[in-house]
Write a protein that binds this ligand. Structure first.
Ligand SMILES: Nc1ncnc2c1ncn2[C@@H]1O[C@H](COP(=O)(O)OP(=O)(O)OP(=O)(O)O)[C@@H](O)[C@H]1O
Ligand SMILES: [Mg+2]
Length: 377
């Protein structure tokens, strides 16, 4: 077991001027399951490959435990990697596939067999050891690839989208298996995925990358509750957080017909930048429905007072059983804005009606419109 340190590690590919990974700083704890997540091309695989020794490091350093491995070849790093295309040898049995690296390392047959059997037991592959890969399901093959890594008893596991070849259902069950296996073995693991749900469910901590730059490193809970900028706010969570640009008013922000209180510090920080608006983030589950017009406003009799909050025209309703999601549009400061509101799955509104929503107190996120950084606590 070991810690892993990215110490301002930078990779600039030949012929490029912009780093693919830019001064990455991460301290992975001993035994931790750390997930790198971000959109395509953000530098996840490059980061992992630098740690594996498959990619040159052009600046900074990488350490495994106390050892500086920045310029060590992959074989001297004591790591094992599981890729998306785990490419098992088709002509070899499961047992031979799993033991292959040990055989190359010159370990004797009895010892290899013992290690393979132990790994097979952990992975529930004991009955398949004599089969060829083509006689296995996708999930079983994936477990053989894991087995190949486990038998080597490395200090660090590296995994690059190991589940992306599996169908949706198998991916969900296998991700639970990998996460619990990692916890049992306690081997420090760096795991790459572009799927934020996978990241949030598997990681002890999650790193969000964008354009080669670290955006936030945090526990899944903190990442969800306190995204540090607009990018993370929009990337983590499904359906995504609603982000609405709203004018600053006295003591808060104008949200449709209501003023939502915002801390003085946050508003002061925005004014300091010369901004007259802030961008408010509200998760779909943090809207309160204050009123529901069953009939279109044009047909209803005039009410004396406009209802509170923002009027959301219901365009699409997604019923998921326990929950329902309303996809609607609202006019915010003269601009049409798409919004998602979670509602009770047993009481979903009809298409074409109108919801009036306000964010729950204390459940809003405030970001600088100009820089995107988080302003609220
Ligand atoms: N061998 C290479 N030569 C030049 N540029 C490269 C090379 N490999 C990757 N890149 C570039 O570096 C950036 C980061 O690529 P990387 O493969 O790390 O992204 P990623 O986050 O793993 O994306 P994905 O989710 O699509 O796998 C991209 O802009 C990519 O085009
Ligand atoms: Mg990749």
């Amino acid at each position: 077991m070991a810690t892993v340190t990215f110490d301002k590690a930078t990779r600039i590919y030949p012929g490029s001027t912009k780093p693919a990974v830019d001064a990455l700083e991460i301290d992975v704890e001993d035994g931790e399951f750390l997930v790198l997540v971000g959109p395509s091309g953000c530098g996840k695989s490059t980061s992992l490959r630098m740690l594996a020794g498959l990619e040159d490091v052009n600046g900074g350093a990488i350490r495994i435990g106390e050892r500086d491995v920045t310029h060590l070849p992959p074989k001297d790093r004591d790591i094992a990697m599981v890729f998306q295309n785990y490419a098992l040898y088709p002509h070899m049995t499961v047992a031979d596939n799993m033991g292959f690296a040990l055989k190359i390392a010159g370990i004797n047959k009895t010892e290899i067999r013992a290690k393979v059997e132990e790994a097979a037991k952990i992975l529930d592959l004991t009955d398949y050891l004599d089969r060829k890969p083509k006689a296995l399901s996708g999930g079983q093959r994936q477990r053989v690839a894991m087995g190949r890594a486990i038998v080597r008893e490395p200090q660090v596991f590296l995994m690059d989208e190991p589940l992306s070849n599996l169908d949706a259902k198998l991916r969900v069950s296998t991700r639970t298996q990998i996460a619990s296996l990692q916890r049992r073995l306690g081997i420090t693991t760096v795991y790459v995925t572009h799927d934020q749900v996978e990241a949030m469910t598997m990681g002890d901590r999650v790193v969000v990358l964008k354009d080669g730059l670290l955006q936030q490193i945090d526990s899944p809970r903190n990442m969800y509750d306190r995204p540090s900028n607009l990018f993370v706010a929009g990337f983590i969570g499904s359906p995504a957080m609603n982000l609405v640009e709203v004018p600053i008013t006295d003591g808060g922000v104008k949200f449709g017909n209501s003023v939502v209180p915002v801390s003085r510090e946050a508003l002061a920080a925005a004014s300091e930048k010369g901004d007259t608006t802030v961008t408010v983030g509200v998760r779909p589950e943090h809207f309160e429905v204050v009123e529901h017009d069953e009939v279109p406003k044009s047909l209803a009799k005039e009410s004396a007072e406009a209802p509170a909050g923002l009027a959301v025209a219901v365009n699409v309703v997604e019923e998921l059983g326990a929950d329902g999601y309303v996809y609607g549009s609202a006019e915010v400061n003269g601009v049409d804005k798409e919004l998602v509101v979670r509602v009770n799955g047993r009481k979903v509104p009809d298409k074409g009606t109108k919801l009036h929503v306000v964010p729950r107190t204390g459940e809003i996120h405030v970001f600088s419109t100009s820089t995107g950084e988080r302003l609220s606590d």
